[in-house]
Design a protein around this ligand. Structure first.
Ligand SMILES: [Zn+2]
Ligand SMILES: [Zn+2]
Length: 64
C-alpha cells in the first residue's frame, strides 16, 4: 500500500527563506541554514500555548 503523503499546509514550506528551522506543524526542516537552538522548558511552554506541534528551533515534539 502506498501512503499518500499529505502536503503540509504550513506557510513556511512555500517560502524561499523561512525564518525558522523547523515547521511547527510537521516537524520537517524548512531552513537548514538556521542552526538548531537549545530551548528552555519555558520557551517550549510558550510555543505549546501557540499550538505548535513541533518546536521551531529544535524540532522537538511539543504536543503528543
Ligand atoms: Zn510542515
Ligand atoms: Zn525547542
Amino acid at each position: 500500500m502506498i501512503m499518500q503523503r499529505k502536503r503540509c499546509p504550513n506557510f513556511n514550506h512555500g517560502r524561499s527563506n523561512p525564518p525558522v528551522r523547523f515547521c511547527p506543524l510537521c516537524g520537517e526542516v524548512v531552513n537548514e541554514a538556521i542552526l538548531i537552538r537549545e530551548c528552555s522548558d519555558e520557551e517550549h511552554a510558550i510555543s505549546r500555548r501557540k499550538r505548535n506541534t513541533y518546536c521551531l528551533h529544535c524540532g522537538e515534539r511539543l504536543i503528543q
